[in-house]
Design a protein around this ligand. Structure first.
Ligand code: ASP
Length: 574
């Protein structure tokens, strides 16, 4: 129907007879018999000079044929890719009429998200959504390219999977043929991909939809997409190299530049330096341990085992009300308190002093010792938290983000591998260790003997990939021996019957020749959002759900009719 896309016409096309198709973005009358129509498709808009444009209203679907010509002197629009030209002597055909749109698509108006989602098919016409969807498609295709180059085979794993008795919250699908039985939609293809390794696949990947019935947040939807991969006869560094290659290829496809080498640090180092296992490396303000300086302090609170500090450059001008709110924030995060010190010039050249509620309780040596240890300069604000190591680091890590985190889309792309996670992360209310990743993660062989005696000290062969403070994904070398797997299940507090009911088929597979294997999965929605400079993953998903899990467009979730319920053997109670 057309010869050209709207947004592609340029001065060099002047004189060409072309046809474009799309939606009317704007109509401006010019005298009685002439109008300018901006016609839009996914490539942009082009101005068309049309006689008798009355029939063309905003969002009408049109075909316009005309001659490309340079716009008259002084009327070019530099903010438009087609701003030097227009279509003249146009023939206008209305292919379909449209009612007035529910909102204007000029990219300027703030439109309520619920309204955007209700009319998503209109919203998708916006330049922003077109850009984001196409960016996402190029990320997917780059990931596929990289995985295939690395010898990975795309395998589709089932959507109808087995429910995990008493496991995490899953979406379930009732069976029509076996009333009272249910499938579960996969939270991840984790077990299926491990079984494919037992099946000799060697290198598996999938752009996999995963479903988790968890509370929604800005970076979470009920269903999300992962690049999921698994490989046999590999170690940690192999898996990280595969993922690095795929992510670099995707980032390069979008930005045109290959990202720099990824940072790498241990989990313990990430906690100590940034107070987080997903550190945002786009800015400094690292945590310093100043315990040594304050060991003999007159202030009991600061003689704690662990005193940590961060320096907010230029923060000395922070007002009292803001400082009070920082103290409250620190307490809400679990600190006993927060000590602040504004750094001011002291007597004599280069000397520093502090303006702080605790200043008079600290000796001169302690005050200058703290400033020297954390490298503070006049005009800075120093924040101190005393207490248990991890808690103090995490509180300051959060304040660091509150005070200085760059906006999404700024500060470049800082990827980091976090390695050597603990196998377990704390204990539940019954005192049972909780898996830091999932129960299939291989314990570090050096720590195997601690599994029964000091489980919280066991390190895992696991690793996370972090980008600008977002966890992109995680992976590990897996357990491939039934005896080790049973020990980990038992450390997690699972009895033999429970293990059999939930994971009997996996342990069964381990009896028939399971190769050593490991893998990874990362969230494509998150990666695409960060590459697109979007704060919310809903902006990079064609048809997302709202924060409450609803779809305002289709009305999902919705009720089932009586016949369907009967067929499924389901009775609604309450
Ligand atoms: N299955 C894990 C997840 O979805 C990732 C992995 O370990 O491969 O988080």
């Amino acid at each position: 129907m057309r010869t050209s896309y709207c947004g592609t016409l340029r001065a060099a096309d002047a004189g060409r007879e072309v046809s474009v198709c799309g939606w009317v973005a704007r109509r401006r009358e010019h005298g009685e018999h002439l109008a300018f129509l901006d016609v839009r498709d996914h490539t942009g808009v082009v101005q068309c000079v049309v006689a008798r444009a009355d029939a063309a209203r905003p969002e009408h679907v049109v075909k316009v044929s005309g001659t490309v010509r340079l716009r008259p002197e002084g009327t070019a629009n530099p903010s438009l890719s087609t701003g030097e030209v227009e279509l003249a002597d146009c023939k206008l055909e209305v292919l379909n009429a449209a009612e007035p749109p529910p909102f204007v698509l000029d990219g300027h108006a703030e439109v309520d998200e619920a309204v955007r989602l209700k009319y998503r098919y209109v919203d998708l016409r916006s330049a922003r959504m077109q850009r984001n969807l196409r960016l996402r498609a190029s990320v997917n295709s780059a990931l596929r390219r990289a995985m295939e180059r690395l010898g990975f085979v795309e395998i589709e794993t089932p959507l109808l999977w087995t429910p995990t008795p008493e496991g995490a919250r899953e979406f379930v699908v009732p069976s029509r043929l076996q009333h009272g039985s249910f499938y579960a939609l996969p939270q991840s293809p984790q077990i299926a991909k491990q079984l494919s390794m037992v099946g000799g696949v060697d290198r598996y990947y999938q752009i996999a939809r995963c479903l988790r019935d968890e509370d929604l947040r800005a970076d979470r939807q009920f269903e999300f997409t992962q690049l999921d991969l698994e490989a046999s006869f590999v170690g940690e560094t192999d898996v990280r190299a595969f993922v690095t290659e795929a992510v670099k290829e995707a980032a390069e496809a979008v930005t045109g530049q290959r990202p720099p080498e990824f940072d790498q640090m241990t989990w313990a180092e990430a906690i100590a330096r940034y107070g987080s296992d997903k550190p945002d490396l786009r800015f400094g303000m690292e945590i310093t341990d100043v315990s040594g300086v304050l060991r003999a302090s007159e202030l009991k609170a600061l003689r704690a085992a662990s005193v940590k500090a961060i320096v907010h450059p230029g923060g000395a001008s922070t007002g009292r009300a803001r400082l009070d709110s920082l103290v409250e924030r620190a307490k809400a995060l679990g600190a006993a308190g927060l000590v602040w010190m504004r750094v001011v010039p002291g007597d004599g050249p280069g000397a520093l002093e502090v303006d702080s509620p605790v200043g008079k309780y600290l000796s001169h040596g302690e005050r200058s010792g703290v400033l020297a240890a954390c490298g503070a300069a006049a005009g800075d604000l120093v924040l101190l938290v005393a207490g248990e190591h991890r808690r103090s680091c995490e509180v300051l890590g959060q304040l660091r983000l509150d005070l200085a985190r760059p906006a999404v889309g700024t500060g470049g792309l800082r990827f980091a591998w976090i390695v050597d996670f603990p196998l377990f992360d704390g204990v539940d209310e019954l005192g049972r260790p909780q898996a830091a990743h999932h129960p299939f993660t291989m314990p570090n062989p050096e720590d195997l003997e601690l599994l029964e005696t000091d489980p919280l000290a066991v390190r895992a062969l696991s690793y996370d990939l972090v980008l600008n403070g977002w966890e992109l994904g995680s992976g590990s070398i897996r357990i491939h021996r039934a005896d080790v797997q049973r020990r980990v299940f038992s450390a997690l507090g699972m009895g033999d019957d429970e293990v059999e009911a939930r994971f009997g088929f996996l342990l069964g597979a381990f009896r028939y020749g399971a190769p050593p294997h490991g893998g990874f999965a990362f969230g494509i929605d998150r990666l695409v959002a960060l590459l697109a400079g979007e704060e919310n993953i809903r902006e990079v998903i064609a048809f997302p759900k709202t924060q409450s899990g609803a779809d305002p467009m289709t009305g999902a979730p919705g009720p089932l009719g009586a016949r369907q319920l009967a067929e499924l053997g389901i009775k609604i109670v309450g």
